[in-house]
Design a protein around this ligand. Sequence first.
Ligand SMILES: [Zn+2]
Length: 433
Amino acid sequence: MTEDDIESHIVDILNALKDLKEDVSKEELEKELEKFMEYGVPIDQAKQTLIKKFGGSVKFGSSATSSERTLIADLESNERSVNLLGHIIAINPKEITVKGENRQIFYGILGDESGTIQFTAWKDIEVEKGDVIEISNAYTREWQGEPQLNFGDRVSIKKTDVERLPKSAFEPKEFKMGDLKSGLGRVEVTARVLELNERETEVDGEKKNVFSGVIGDETGKTQFTSWHDFKIKEGDVLKISGGYVKTWKGIPQLTFDEKASVKKLDKSKMPKDKIKTGKMPLHRLVEKRGALDVEVEGTIIDIRPGSGFIIRCPECNRVLQNDECTIHGKVDGKPDLRIKMVVDDGTGAITGVLNQKLTEKILGKTLEECKKMDDDDLVSKMNKQLFARRINMKGNALGDNFGTTFIPKDAELLDVKVEEEAEKLSEDLEELR
Ligand SMILES: [Zn+2]
């Protein structure tokens, strides 16, 4: 499309909007229209969408009778009725219990030329992966600051022709590990296989080998699952096109199958020493909710109840109350030690849970020594010893409705060297003069 063409379409749009009280800037329209063109949206549709968006009513053109379509990238939270056109990238059933009754709902990922989004269908919408569908009367809610698409009772879903979506809707888009989040579909990543496991599972009565593990690039690490044998080996550097992302407790999981393309690249494209444990400020971790193998640092501001010497159920690992497990009753418990601490770095706060080994290391006391101490005494000792100390932790972070919990594989108290800090500060001041 030439610039003149764009110009004439802009004039059309401005004409359609001329009765409005508020002025719409031409530059803004141009920018928006170009975005649609980049996505490959048909021009009539793009014009209608923009006119509607800026408050006008759609009258011109042959397609004026078709219902308004929203692009996935333009979806906002809490929209009561939206119409979409997209293709099913993934769909999985899930059993839930509502008011004591079992119900089947479906989770999936929908994609169009502008992006992808996670959806929940509250009834069986009878579609399969790969279907192109026309959706009317869907609604959105907000979840973790992002719009979430819902197909409720009023939704109507019709299968339609693949040709109605531009080719770009099916093309993979490149992502770095650090940017992967739930609801992304047709993702392309270049990453190194850091861990690999193979297991056998049954799909529709057939035995199938599933490959899973951890992949990483210079921005982070992600768990992956491959439903097809791409002959992947540990240490391989792969370009994976056509995967999709779900998250488990905030940790991204890249899933792909035989429809994806997996190419082995030269190993020097992603050297092992470039993949480090990334350090993350706590506000970023809280935003992402969870992460695999990251490093954080902050000040211990509280030791939480439940810290100290505990006894666990040997069957299920639950902490016993009065020698009893809520599930297994009276059991011969096994002793354990932990610290639950709130760590704050000035940008955000998380709860860190240290296991026995790390608790012993941080406290400088063994489990046996702690066992002999009175419970209250032990917790108050922990508080005295650890409050306001700086701690560095490396491990996994898991997010749920109550916040982010860090499970360190290693933890270390840092000596903040007051003199060094002061010296650094005076140097900085010197430079300012
Ligand atoms: Zn138990």
